[in-house]
Write a protein that binds this ligand. Structure first.
Ligand code: ADP
Ligand code: MG
Length: 699
């Protein structure tokens, strides 16, 4: 069943609230949601009761505070609604207190040194702006309440808290700008996000034979299939029935959760697909993207498939990313990045547009770190995804207008003479006036920006925290100046001209994959931060701390905590990959190849025994080649083992990260090269791992 009625059936959404809550309660709750006002405990009590009744009617027995710790996954701890009565029976209860606050033990979640184990207490707090929903599967139905997660001492231990704070910061500053342009009606500005999610699907039977996929999400060995993506026959290709049935099931699941799944298609690589929902507020879009990733995995298994969300599951073909489409909109529905058709709108639009340009240029390194994870290190700059250099694509028309702004406004116009912005100078800007540029990391696409560096498996919280905060900062600078201006129009024009002059270096409409761009970007002074480890220290730079503290998004302590967590996660990640390689190498590849060489040797002996003149050169040459390759493989296994032991002994987190990246990772690649060579030489029947051909083409 996939129809309109299905949409949102498992969501405690506005319609349900309106229907089930007393009018006053509904109004009070709406105020909390729409205006960010504190929630009255009495209101919470009524809401909790209605929520419980609704959930129980739909089969729920348990509830959970659903939160997003720094693992990047979601967490839940189920509590049943039951409460014992004096006569030995139970009733179903759920209080306002249980709705608004939870106290999970925080000691087993990453905290980056914020809490010591004896202060293990953590709090989850209801986020009324993201609707509660029901998770439903074979095991039953659970009411999930989206919550923020923080330490006993108040620091954020999760991905939601800073996102909510950054949305507040952006709203505050953007409203100041709107007021300057004479808008007196919009109360809030909301950042909107539509994430396009890429993923792979492979048959479960292959997955189960690949320890590397099971433990690390990517293939650590694997010779290329004779066919990859060179025929360009997968992108937008017709979807086979097994996958279509999966997608239908997935859409049902997502629609029930109120997730507006809209577009689905095959991606560039074999076995690769994409799903894109319609955009929502960045908070809900982030929650929903987590649910999309969960649902992809869950539904795949029902169809005998496994969904791989890793950025680079297979070497040699494209990996997966997530395009984070981002814009700002007023609470009364005005998209601030919509160029519009009137000059007046254009001036306001250009102000917001130029604020983004300046923000991205000044804080390119923060955007870079928001797109960093070990998986993405395989993609950025590898000619399949944008390079590690942040730049902006504006398209021909906007770039031209930007040039004109820099030159003091267009000189030739209907009325003649130099003109001022906001009056008649600027032409209406039709949407889609220019071609797309698929190589750009940050592209203006008609009425929104598309941040294309985001890793497929990552929570989109981080990238949107950065976008919201850096734009809030520049808007606050602009508002500071314009609020003091004697002549608004003159000051605005001067200000925009200044931004163009100072920040046009970030605009690049050419091919971001080319080597020339790398050199050109260097000449322009744009940072090229090549890896995750190099990117992470930006988090604790003075610049970042000043920015995040000024807007109340992350404190110095919280930033240091994130710095520690990310470095630690990086080191652990590479270590698990290395250990997995060692295990596959020793326990699967080595024994298989030994068996094969033994067969070859026996074959040679037996042939010679029949008649010494009988040729066995094919066997002899193969044996030689395989034996040498195996010797080299064994040696590299030893090297990797030694280096991982050495990495563990490094105490400084950053140094350890650098060692993993430069030394351990290099040794892994060398071992893989030998392993893949062996795969190409050895009898297919005795190779212990499913091959790329099988995994990518048997579906
Ligand atoms: P394409 O890039 O293929 O043209 P769309 O233009 O439909 O695709 O947009 C891709 C994503 O961008 C979708 O998730 C869409 O909902 C989202 N999007 C569209 N408008 C906005 C907006 N104003 N803010 C944030 N995301 C948006
Ligand atoms: Mg896109």
């Amino acid at each position: 069943m996939l129809n309109m009625e299905l949409f949102g059936t498992n969501v405690f959404n506005d319609a349900v609230m309106k229907e089930r809550l007393p009018k006053n309660t509904y109004k009070a709750l709406r105020k909390t949601i729409d205006e960010g006002l504190a929630l009255d405990p009495a209101v919470a009590e009524v809401v909790a009761n209605a929520m419980k009744d609704w959930a129980i009617e739909k089969g729920a027995t348990h509830y959970t505070h659903w939160f997003q710790p720094m693992t990047g996954f979601t967490a839940e701890k189920h509590d049943s609604f039951i409460s014992p009565t004096a006569d030995g029976r139970v009733i179903m209860e759920f209080s306002g207190k249980e709705l608004i606050k939870g106290e999970p033990d925080a000691s087993s979640f990453p905290s980056g040194g914020i809490r010591v184990t004896f202060e293990a207490r953590g709090y989850t707090a209801w986020d009324a702006t993201s609707p509660a929903f029901l998770k439903e599967d074979e095991s039953g139905v659970v009411l999930c309440i989206p919550t923020a997660f923080c330490a006993y001492t108040g620091e954020a231990l999760d991905k939601k808290t800073p996102l909510l704070r950054s949305m507040e910061a952006l709203s505050k500053q953007a409203v100041r700008i709107l007021r300057l342009f004479g808008n007196t009606t919009s109360k809030r500005v909301i950042s909107t996000v539509g994430p396009e999610q890429e993923y792979f699907l492979i048959d479960k039977k292959f997955y189960e034979k690949r320890l590397d996929l099971m433990l690390t999400g990517r293939t650590l060995f694997g010779a290329p299939a004779p066919k990859g993506q060179e025929m360009e026959d997968h992108y937008f290709g017709s979807i086979n029935e097994r996958i279509s049935v999966f997608m239908k099931d997935l859409n049902t699941e997502l629609w029930k959760l109120g997730i507006p799944a809209k577009t689905q298609h095959k991606e560039v690589a074999p076995a690769q697909y994409e799903i894109a929902p319609i955009f929502e507020t960045s908070n809900i879009a982030t929650d929903h993207n987590q649910l999309v990733m969960d649902s992809l995995k869950k539904v795949a298994v029902r169809h005998g498939l496994v969904c791989l969300l890793h950025e680079k599951p297979f070497a040699g073909i494209n990996g997966s990313g997530k395009h984070n489409n981002w814009s700002m909109s007023t609470d009364d529905g005005l998209n601030l990045l919509d160029p519009g058709y009137t000059p007046h709108d254009n001036a306001q639009f250009l102000t917001f547009l130029m604020a983004v340009v300046k923000a991205v240029d000044e804080y390119a390194d923060l955007l870079r770190v928001a797109a960093a994870n070990p998986g993405n290190d395989h993609r950025l700059g590898a000619n399949e995804a944008p390079p590690a250099i942040v730049s902006i694509f504006l398209g021909e028309q906007l770039s031209d207008i930007m040039d004109q702004l820099g030159n003091g406004g267009p000189k030739s116009s209907i009325q003649g003479g130099p003109l001022t912005i906001g009056v008649t100078t600027l032409p209406p800007l039709p949407k889609d006036s220019t071609d797309r540029n698929r190589t750009s990391p940050f592209a203006f696409t008609g009425n929104k920006f598309e941040f294309r560096m985001v890793p497929s498996s990552l929570s989109i919280s981080g990238p949107n925290v950065v976008l919201n905060t850096i734009v809030a900062e520049i808007l606050s600078q602009i508002a500071d100046r314009l609020e003091q201006a004697v002549d608004f129009t003159t000051e605005l024009q001067a200000l925009l001209k200044e931004i163009v002059t100072q920040h046009k270096r970030i605009v690049f409409d050419g091919n971001n994959y080319s080597e020339e761009w790398v050199q050109e970007a260097e000449r322009r002074g744009l940072p090229n931060i090549r890896s995750t480890v190099e990117a992470i220290p930006v988090l604790i730079s003075d610049k970042a701390i000043t920015l995040y503290e000024k807007h109340g998004v992350l404190s110095r302590t919280e930033l240091h905590s994130r710095y520690e967590i990310f470095l630690e996660q990086y080191a652990k990640h590479i270590n698990i990959e290395a250990q997995t390689m060692i295990q596959i190498g020793k326990r699967q590849i080595l024994p298989a190849v030994v068996k094969y060489t033994t067969e070859l040797a026996q074959s040679i002996q037996m042939i010679k025994a029949v008649a010494s003149s009988m040729p066995a050169s094919a066997q002899e040459e193969t044996l030689k080649e395989v034996s040498w390759a195996l010797a080299s493989f064994k040696e590299k296994l030893g090297v990797l083992e030694r280096l991982t032991a050495e990495a563990k002994s490094i105490t400084d987190a950053y140094e350890q990260g650098v060692f993993y990246r430069d030394v351990v990772f290099t040794a892994m690649n060398a071992l893989r090269a030998d392993g893949d060579r062996l795969e190409a030489l050895v009898d297919a029947a005795c190779w212990p791992l499913p091959t790329y051909s099988e995994m990518l083409f048997i579906l």
